[in-house]
Design a protein around this ligand. Structure first.
Ligand SMILES: NC(=O)c1ccc[n+]([C@@H]2O[C@H](COP(=O)([O-])OP(=O)(O)OC[C@H]3O[C@@H](n4cnc5c(N)ncnc54)[C@H](O)[C@@H]3O)[C@@H](O)[C@H]2O)c1
Length: 372
């Protein structure tokens, strides 16, 4: 079979992870061209990508090439939908970085373009390929934790003020939100994957330690349709710089970074350790055969989807789920309402313009300067 011709659009920080991952599968694919609005950056990236990789300053030139079958979109979030729709309409398969888009309306336009053109659309959530995250999914799906009662996400990361010096970060227009949509979204995606469909969310947020108009902290409580409760803290203002996902079932609990817990009842109802059950779960987890991790795992999955027609693990529908919950968190934190899911197309927060017009903006000298 002919190798899949790859284009990479946006040649900044994360593009290198895509390039390295494609390079792991020379029998399946070949990077043909790259594009960036900063043409010099694209040229430098192309030079490091191998012989005869073309560089463009406009992604539309890249899309005109017949020898490109699929593209990785590695631009800032606000540009994802425009480029993805153009690529799908040009007959290319698309792997787009997280977050999928700036709004649910944009995500739905991408899904419609994939459907109309019969092309694959996948969204990068490479953590799903981490072995421990896959082990957690297998134990939960096998019902080894029992009934899922509640869970927690603590995305307690830290970034200094300089992090927000980059032009697109810290803004509703370009980053499309803050710590929730750009950092904790990895954990939110995994949380939904592990816990199920959310029914409603109630949230609060603020810019507590950075001079930005978007949030650097949000806290949310989620009710899932299976009755479970969830708690999600998303921040880049935690000196801790630590993340953890926990899922508590009626028979056992697990945590990422990996840990398993189970207790049995003493006659008086007090707990005693249950090492036999923990060992059984660990043996089940250790018995799984798992492939490559991180971007290498996801890019192999994407290439297989392109070549065999299978559904990518994180297709557009899956990629949209975390965006919808994040949008609901923004809506609840702005309005004070308990927000029911799914969000309908007539919801004020559904479109990019609606979200930007309605969402709370925190006082920021950056936004004040930009709107002068
Ligand atoms: N999966 C992950 O773990 C991970 C990690 C970091 C970033 N990301 C995501 O990757 C995306 C890019 O982030 P980054 O840190 O690489 O940003 P970056 O600023 O380092 O790189 C983005 C590049 O896109 C270019 N660009 C902007 N608009 C463009 C357009 N219209 N056409 C072509 N090029 C354009 C910029 O010039 C820049 O070179 C974001 O969506 C971010 O959330 C994902």
């Amino acid at each position: 079979m002919a190798k899949v011709g790859i284009g990479i659009i946006g040649t900044g920080s994360i593009a290198g992870a895509h390039l390295r991952a494609y390079a792991r599968y020379p029998e399946l694919c070949r990077v043909v061209a790259v594009a960036d609005i900063d043409r010099q950056r694209a040229q430098k990236f192309a030079a490091g990508a191998g012989d005869s990789v073309a560089a463009y300053g406009d992604y539309k030139e890249l899309l005109r090439r017949d020898d490109i079958d699929a593209v990785s979109i590695c631009t800032p979030p606000f540009a994802h939908a425009e480029i993805a729709v153009a690529a799908l309409n040009a007959g290319k398969h698309v792997l787009v970085e997280k977050p999928m888009a700036a709004s649910l309306a944009e995500a739905d336009a991408m899904l419609a373009a994939a459907e109309q053109n019969d092309k694959k659309l996948a969204v990068v959530f490479q953590n799903r390929w981490r072995h421990d995250w896959m082990r957690a999914k297998a134990l939960i799906d096998g019902e080894h934790l029992g009934r899922i009662l509640f869970g927690k996400v603590d995305c307690l990361w830290w970034r200094g003020d300089e992090y927000y010096d980059m032009w697109w970060r810290g803004t509703w227009e370009q980053e499309c939100g803050g710590a929730t949509i750009n950092h904790a979204i990895h954990h939110i995606d995994a949380f939904l994957w592990l816990m199920g469909e959310p029914e409603w969310v109630i949230a609060e947020m603020g810019a507590v330690d950075h001079d930005i108009e978007v949030e650097d902290l949000s806290m949310a409580i989620v009710r899932f349709r299976n009755g479970a409760l969830g708690q999600i803290t998303s921040t880049v203002a935690a000196m801790h710089n630590f993340d953890r996902i926990e899922v508590f079932g009626s028979k056992a609990s697990l945590a990422l970074p990996w840990a398993l817990y189970s207790v049995a009842s003493q006659p008086n109802g007090f707990p005693k350790a249950n090492p036999e059950y923990v060992e059984k779960l660990q043996a089940l987890a250790d018995g799984l055969e798992l492939g490559p991790q991180w971007h290498e795992g996801q890019i192999l999955d994407f290439l297989e989807a392109v070549t065999t027609g299978k559904r990518p693990l994180v297709d557009g529908v899956e990629g949209r789920r975390s965006l919808e919950l994040v949008t609901a968190i923004y809506k609840s934190a702005t309005t004070g309402e308990r927000v029911q899911l799914p969000l309908a197309p007539d919801d004020p927060f559904y479109t990019t313009e609606g979200l930007r017009a309605n969402v709370v903006r925190f006082p920021s000298s950056k936004s004040a300067v930009e709107t002068l």
